[in-house]
Design a binder for this molecule. Structure first.
Ligand SMILES: Nc1ncnc2c1ncn2[C@@H]1O[C@H](COP(=O)(O)OP(=O)(O)OP(=O)(O)O)[C@@H](O)[C@H]1O
Ligand SMILES: [Mg+2]
Length: 159
C-alpha cells in the first residue's frame, strides 16, 4: 500500500500562450505521485489549462505578466492554486456562470470555470479588481483499493 504523501511545489512563469502546455504538463507530473488514472490526470490537465489560459487572455490581456502555481499533495488530494496579478474580476458569481464571457469576439465560449468545476471536486475563485485573481482547485485521487474494487464490480456486471 502507498504511504501517505505530503508534498508541495511552486511554479512561476511568464504569461505567454506557449507556457500553457508547460504548466499543464508540470502539474500533471507532480500529481502523478498520487497514482491517478489517465482520466483523473486528464481532468487535472484540462482544469489547469483553463485556469492558465484565463490568466493569459483575461488577466493580462496578452500583455506580459507573471502566473504563479502552488500545488500541494495531502493524503490522496491535490490542491492547486493558480494566481495572477492582472485586472481582476468584477463579479465572480456572474463570471462563473456557464456561457458567460467578456470576450465573445475571440471565440471564447464562456465555459472555462464550468469545465474546472466539473472536472475537479471543488473550485474557489477569489478576485480583487486591479489586483488579480486566485483560483483554487481540489481533486481527490481515488485510492488503489477503491479503484480495484470498482474494476471488480465492472467485471462482475459484464459477466
Ligand atoms: N484570471 C482572470 N482574470 C480576469 N478575468 C477573468 C479571469 N478568469 C476569468 N475571467 C473572466 O471570467 C469570464 C469567464 O471565464 P471562463 O473561463 O468561464 O470563460 P472564457 O474564458 O470567457 O471562455 P472559455 O474559457 O470558454 O474560452 C471571462 O470571460 C473573464 O471575463
Ligand atoms: Mg476561460
Amino acid at each position: 500500500m502507498k504511504e501517505r504523501i505530503e508534498n508541495e511545489m511552486k511554479l512561476e512563469f511568464a504569461s505567454k500562450a506557449t507556457n500553457e502546455s508547460f504548466a499543464r504538463i508540470t502539474v500533471a507530473a507532480f500529481a502523478s505521485q498520487l497514482d491517478p488514472t489517465i482520466e483523473e490526470l486528464a481532468d487535472i490537465k484540462t482544469a489547469v489549462s483553463e485556469a492558465v489560459t484565463n490568466c493569459i487572455i483575461h488577466a493580462y490581456e496578452n500583455k506580459q505578466g507573471t502566473i504563479k502555481i502552488n500545488a500541494q499533495l495531502k493524503e490522496n488530494q491535490i490542491i492547486i492554486q493558480i494566481s495572477d496579478n492582472g485586472k481582476g474580476i468584477e463579479n465572480v458569481d456572474i463570471a462563473k456562470e456557464p456561457l458567460y464571457t467578456t470576450k465573445p469576439n475571440l471565440e471564447r465560449s464562456g465555459m472555462g470555470f464550468t469545465i474546472m468545476e466539473s472536472f475537479m471536486d471543488s473550485m474557489k475563485v477569489e478576485s480583487i479588481v486591479g489586483l488579480g485573481t486566485k483560483v483554487t482547485l481540489i481533486k481527490t485521487i481515488k485510492k488503489q483499493e477503491e479503484k480495484e474494487k470498482e474494476d471488480e464490480i465492472v467485471s462482475l456486471t459484464k459477466e
